[in-house]
Design a protein around this ligand. Structure first.
Ligand code: GDL
Length: 474
């Protein structure tokens, strides 16, 4: 299941006393689920990363951790296989660590890739798998049916007639069994096959899938939903209210706002945003599936916690700057110091999937104004761009000197690309400065090594326009 277990590493935890206050807010009580889903594709977190995450969660009163790494083989592909003794011991440590911090541990299984819903033995297998986790101390479970084949086996069709009914049968059977045999407060969470508005409109899972879930799934089971999209820049109250009618319960938000598993070159450290405060009253909870790189989630979770605690006013940018201020303490460099202002400039370049922070937006406009200017204006436009670009270049370069090597590892591949672009642009600017008609070239950006990947080449063949459609490039 996982890698080496060392002692818990509490890096950054010395920051926590600054952040912990006596908190007792409505959306932080334990019925309202708030917290973290380890639910991304890619390498699962290491034990020490998980301890760090749990420490932050405890400090920020996020009450639920959902164990669902897509690439723990026994969570998904090999869901029928028990954990070995060694793996079980690691899981027990994690469950204990959650309990010690007052965090609800939820264990997820994703059997949807190949489960035969009609076979009772499959339900028994799921019970056996859950029982192993229960013996380790876990008593909350999730059954996830996201990202699975949208076709049914003949035997399932004959017995149930629809995907939704087949899934209700399996999940209800497990729910009843858990209710009879577990602690009173055990929660069961369910992720439907269509789990966002776009999938619902596309009819994923078959006709009336969500209606059948609404009527067929026991009302005590929570249903996940990611919003209008898989990665939703906004989730409105109206959107979830209309869904609640269909589901006959309020949804539980699976929030992918900061997930970056779909693009290894990016990460998101912008604030939790695009969700009005009123959303909290319209859902059963908000669980956040974050950046793969655990250390990069400091600002996302701190701002999520601020959002959950906010009473009447909520300004994501203010929350972001406050969280960045605290995170800045982790950017101690063995080389030249990194200023708070430069960290914000860097953070603004890795803000949110559909949005740059204001300083990055300003830098982009300055770059565009310079490169599209008439020859006569170019120099003055370059003078606006140059100081910003130089600061950004230097802070990217300084990342290699971070004393916090876990933070360095998490950042270095992402900041490398940005530094390369700044280097190239500054080189071009200098050449143009000397001669407006100079041939632009750089000895460090040569064909093949720079932008030479197969992916880059393929990207060059299709242009995407703003409405999302593609056309072949000429
Ligand atoms: C998804 C996956 C999730 C993944 C995310 C971002 C859900 C319910 N499932 O669709 O595991 O990390 O997109 O790529 O969101």
């Amino acid at each position: 299941m996982d890698h080496s277990y060392g002692d818990p590493v509490f890096s950054h935890i010395d920051l926590i006393p600054l952040l912990t206050a006596e908190l007792d807010f409505k959306f932080m009580n334990s019925d309202f689920l708030s917290g973290v889903i380890e639910g991304f594709y890619g390498t699962p977190w290491t034990p020490s990363e998980r301890y760090m995450v749990l420490g932050w969660m405890q400090a920020w009163q996020l009450n639920t951790y959902l164990y669902a790494p897509k690439d723990d083989l026994k969570q998904r592909l090999l869901w029928r296989e028990d954990y070995t003794v060694e793996e079980a011991a690691l899981l027990k440590d994690l469950i204990d660590a959650c309990q010690a911090r007052g965090i609800r541990f939820v264990y997820a299984l994703s059997p949807g890739l190949d489960i035969a819903y009609a076979r009772d033995a499959e339900v028994d297998t799921l019970k056996r798998r859950m029982d192993q986790v229960r013996k380790l101390g876990g008593n909350h479970f999730a059954l996830l049916f996201d990202d699975i084949p949208d076709s049914m086996r003949e035997e399932d069709r004959v017995r149930f007639g629809s995907f939704a009914k087949a899934q209700c049968h399996v999940v209800n059977s497990l729910y009843r069994w858990i209710q009879q045999t577990s602690a009173d407060d055990s929660r069961v969470l369910f992720c439907p096959t269509p789990y966002c508005g776009r999938m619902q409109r596309a009819g994923l899972g078959g006709d009336h899938y969500l209606e059948e879930i609404g009527t067929g799934l026991d009302s005590g089971i929570d249903v996940f939903w990611t919003g209008p999209e898989i990665i939703s820049s906004e989730i409105s109250v109206e959107h979830v209210e209309s869904l609640s009618q269909t589901l006959k319960r309020q949804p539980l938000i699976w929030d992918n706002l900061h997930a970056n598993d779909y693009d290894g070159t990016r990460f998101y450290c912008g604030p939790y945003s695009g969700r009005p405060l009123e959303l909290r009253g319209a859902v059963r909870g908000i669980l956040h599936n974050p950046n793969n790189e655990a250390p990069l989630n400091f600002v996302p979770w701190k701002t999520l916690s601020d959002y959950l605690r906010a009473e009447t006013d909520w300004d994501p940018r203010v929350s972001y700057l406050g969280a960045m201020k605290t995170w800045h303490a982790s950017f101690e460099s063995a080389g030249s110091p990194i200023s708070f202002e430069d960290l914000v400039l860097l953070g603004d370049c890795f803000y949110l999937p559909q949005e740059e922070g204001s300083e990055a937006a300003q830098l982009y406009i300055a770059a565009r104004n310079w490169l599209t200017a008439d020859v006569g204006d170019r120099q003055s436009k370059f003078e606006t761009f140059r100081p910003l670009a130089t600061r950004l270049r230097n802070v990217c370069a300084e990342i290699v000197n971070l004393k916090d090597r876990a933070l360095f590892s998490a950042l270095c591949r992402k900041t490398w690309d940005l530094r390369e672009e700044m280097d190239l642009m500054l080189t071009c600017g200098r050449l143009m400065e000397a001669d407006p008609n100079a041939r632009l070239h750089s000895d460090f950006h040569l064909p093949g090594t720079y932008r030479g990947s197969m992916v880059d080449k393929l990207r060059g063949l299709l242009d995407q326009s703003e409405d999302g459609s593609f056309t072949a490039t000429n």
